[in-house]
Design a protein around this ligand. Sequence first.
Ligand SMILES: *[C@@H]1O[C@H](CO)[C@@H](O)[C@H](O)[C@H]1NC(C)=O
Ligand SMILES: *[C@@H]1O[C@H](CO)[C@@H](O)[C@H](O)[C@H]1NC(C)=O
Ligand SMILES: *[C@@H]1O[C@H](CO)[C@@H](O)[C@H](O)[C@H]1NC(C)=O
Ligand SMILES: *[C@@H]1O[C@H](CO)[C@@H](O)[C@H](O)[C@H]1NC(C)=O
Ligand SMILES: *[C@@H]1O[C@H](CO)[C@@H](O)[C@H](O)[C@H]1NC(C)=O
Length: 487
Amino acid sequence: MHLRGISLTTYKVQKMGVVLFCLVFLVGIIMDSKGVEGRKTRAVLKNFEYVAMNCRSHSASITDFGGVGDGNTSNTKAFKTAVDHLSQFESDGGGLLFVPAGKWLTGSFNLASHFTLFLHKDAVLLASQDMNEWPLIAPLPSYGHGRDGGGRYASLITGSNLTDVIITGENGTIDGQGEMWWQKFHHKQLKNTRPYLIELLYSDGIQISNITLINSPSWNIHPVYSSNIIIQGITISAPVNSPNTDGINPDSCTNTRIEDCYIVSGDDCVAVKSGWDEYGISYGMPTKQLIIRRLTCISPTSAVIALGSEMSGGIQDVRAEDIVAINSESGVRIKTGAGRGGFVKDIYVKGFTMHTMKWVFWMTGNYGSHPDDKYDPNALPTIKNINYRDMVADDVKMAARLEGISGDPFTEICISNVTITMAAKPKKVHWACTDVGGISSDVTPKPCDALADQGADHKTECEYPKDPLPIDDVKLQTCSYNRKRYL
Ligand SMILES: *[C@@H]1O[C@H](CO)[C@@H](O)[C@H](O)[C@H]1NC(C)=O
Ligand SMILES: *[C@@H]1O[C@H](CO)[C@@H](O)[C@H](O)[C@H]1NC(C)=O
Ligand SMILES: *[C@@H]1O[C@H](CO)[C@@H](O)[C@H](O)[C@H]1NC(C)=O
Ligand SMILES: *[C@@H]1O[C@H](CO)[C@@H](O)[C@H](O)[C@H]1NC(C)=O
Ligand SMILES: *[C@@H]1O[C@H](CO)[C@@H](O)[C@H](O)[C@H]1NC(C)=O
């Protein structure tokens, strides 16, 4: 595969060698004079800047590998050849693959280490509708089964065991063309689990930024068994009735920062996970050190942020702040049940503004949805130290529905400085609480007795950690893309 890329390069250099040399020499002079000639030349030698965890020494365009952006030709081979070719630079400054304006039809392909996939603003990656373009892969070890059953179709953009991998651009688009998959799912025509748009496994150092994802067949972004992840400036959209089109699902991941994202979808905007029942318990890999900030979410049938339901490896130290929710079913929702085991603890949430909600607070201790009948009903989750503060919500049907597990209550819940304005026709009961315990302060309407108000003399501010997480210290640098470096 490398040979083809190299021979392409060699061919171009041979063909254009002398001409190009002169152009490179000329471009500096012409660009200075900013004439009409200058613009023409820049189309050949395109330079621009972008922001990334790491810059790359080598770059190529998908067109160098036979890519055709006509929306009809399959580019799966072109992407594979391009990534293979650029992967030779893994230990030599890394490689960037540029996807220019156009509609680039493709099936599933892998990324490499020290690699950047960069989408031009008018580039659209179109997910193939041909089932042969979607290889089958094994279920995740922490799930035992594909989430829709059977094995799993590989995700559109994927990769395992990578170091330093970036997907970014000028807000170019990845279009999952999910309608075909949603129909097959509704009609029970699938024996295996639908693909995701982006899935990176066992990887360290991931950046996904400044791209738009639309119409995913199922989940949009799924980092799993990975660490040191920045997800920034992502727009995600799918019909609000599309099945399981979760936005961003960090799963058994450590040290993740999700910020400045806008998500409208048919399922949770962010769903924090860590494996499913007995498989997740035995894999035992939590999601921890997660920060979610400046998220805008529209999710009429699901949560802004869900913790679970697959949480059997544990979820710990999640910090969510500055979130806007519009027309969503619930704010931060805990989803678990007997059989899950694991824990959800040290959760800190502040600064939510919510308009038109079914529930502001929702905890579900009987979620069900088991992978098979081998789960242990005595594997009870530990849910504790859950903190919410500084929130306003209006047009709310029910303030809270908090349901722990009988004999396994959810404890150390703290809610402070929250003002909820009920809808014109709210549910009669504003707070319904069973098997939960904790405190509240400065909350309207008045919480249930299980979350006793501290009174005006003992105002409490629920905790929110002041120390930064290690991922906050990761600085992005300005990189320049320079087409001539590759040629
Ligand atoms: C995303 O784009 C914005 C606006 O163009 C820019 O300020 C920001 O640095 C970019 N961030 C990343 C991580 O690509
Ligand atoms: C689209 O691609 C198919 C298969 O590659 C080909 O048979 C067909 O002629 C193409 N159509 C157009 C309009 O290019
Ligand atoms: C990736 O790493 C995991 C965990 O170390 C290992 O089980 C798996 O076989 C590796 N996969 C590949 C494709 O190398
Ligand atoms: C990116 O594109 C989407 C879809 O066209 C748009 O809604 C969004 O505002 C764009 N984001 C930026 C930062 O330009
Ligand atoms: C209460 O929450 C609001 C945001 O909803 C915030 O502006 C205000 O500063 C908070 N008050 C206190 C005392 O922290």
